[in-house]
Design a protein around this ligand. Structure first.
Ligand SMILES: *[C@@H]1O[C@H](CO)[C@@H](O)[C@H](O)[C@H]1NC(C)=O
Ligand SMILES: *[C@@H]1O[C@H](CO)[C@@H](O)[C@H](O)[C@H]1NC(C)=O
Ligand SMILES: *[C@@H]1O[C@H](CO)[C@@H](O)[C@H](O)[C@H]1NC(C)=O
Ligand SMILES: *[C@@H]1O[C@H](CO)[C@@H](O)[C@H](O)[C@H]1NC(C)=O
Ligand SMILES: *[C@@H]1O[C@H](CO)[C@@H](O)[C@H](O)[C@H]1NC(C)=O
Length: 224
């Protein structure tokens, strides 16, 4: 065998092996590397509660005039409390662009300590859904839900009263859950929080199992 032919065979063999490797990498590696994360730190849950708050009802000195996120909570229909395990919050995993958006959509209205608020919410609730949404995806999802659910806009569009009916009409007729408090020295109710519920994967709005409302059905609820 001439030495040139020999070199050609070697080259051919390398090419064949390389292509085989690429094929294996494309078709097999993603499966085997995705698989273990499916069971990591999972706490089974059934649906997601997405809670927004009216800043001035939480802190009367707040100047914010948009509903902001309180939390995104993996929950069970039974109402049983979930104890989340999983990987705790890490500041270094937060992309700066997302941080900038969360500064607006998910601020700590009470104390102005956004990092502490995010860490608390993630460790207590977010780690339950770690196998579905990693830390970044979890915060991205909440931020995206906030963009979709502009409560103030929904109330304005439906002329505010009654609050629950207005939010329902803007959400495929799915029941939210709302929380209020009494305004000092009057019978008026102040809207504090609005909860909209999503299915397990955060894709579809569903009826909140706890479809609590405030006051009598037609009582006006203020957010001022
Ligand atoms: C929550 O629901 C999941 C799925 O139905 C179940 O496996 C889990 O045990 C429930 N957790 C609690 C605390 O009830
Ligand atoms: C995660 O953080 C919580 C408090 O936010 C703490 O109680 C818990 O021990 C931490 N878990 C781990 C594994 O560090
Ligand atoms: C987010 O807000 C904090 C102060 O509330 C600020 O220090 C930080 O730079 C902001 N982050 C971004 C990315 O804008
Ligand atoms: C609230 O939930 C209960 C029980 O799931 C249901 O029977 C009722 O119709 C709901 N109310 C509204 C206003 O959707
Ligand atoms: C509430 O308002 C609706 C429509 O405005 C009316 O049909 C209904 O009778 C009222 N219900 C009560 C309890 O006042």
């Amino acid at each position: 065998m001439s030495s040139l032919l020999f070199h050609l065979y070697i080259l051919l063999a390398i090419l064949v092996l390389y292509n085989l490797y690429t094929l294996i990498a494309i078709f097999l590696l993603p499966v085997s590397s995705d698989f273990p994360t499916q069971t990591l730190g999972a706490t089974p849950y059934e649906y997601l509660m997405f809670t927004q708050q009216w800043p001035k009802a939480v802190n009367k000195n707040s100047r914010l005039t948009k509903f902001t996120i309180h939390g995104l909570w993996p929950s069970n229909f039974s109402g049983k409390k979930l104890i989340c395990t999983g990987t705790n919050f890490s500041k270094s995993k937060m992309p700066p662009e997302l941080e900038e958006e969360l500064n607006i959509s998910w601020p700590d209205v009470e104390r102005g300590r956004n990092w502490g608020f995010w860490e608390h919410e993630y460790n207590k609730h977010g780690t339950c859904s770690e196998d579905i949404f990693d830390q970044t995806k979890y915060f991205e999802l909440a931020n995206k839900m906030r963009k979709t659910l502009d409560i103030a806009q929904m109330l304005k569009k439906r002329k505010i009263v009654p609050v629950v009916a207005a939010i329902k009409k803007e959400n495929q007729n799915k029941s939210p859950s709302i929380r209020c408090k009494e305004r000092k020295g009057s019978a008026e109710l102040l809207l504090v929080e609005v909860v909209v519920c999503y299915d397990h994967d955060g894709k579809e709005v569903i009826d909140c199992p706890d479809n609590r409302t405030c006051g009598s059905p037609n009582q006006s609820i203020l957010y001022v």
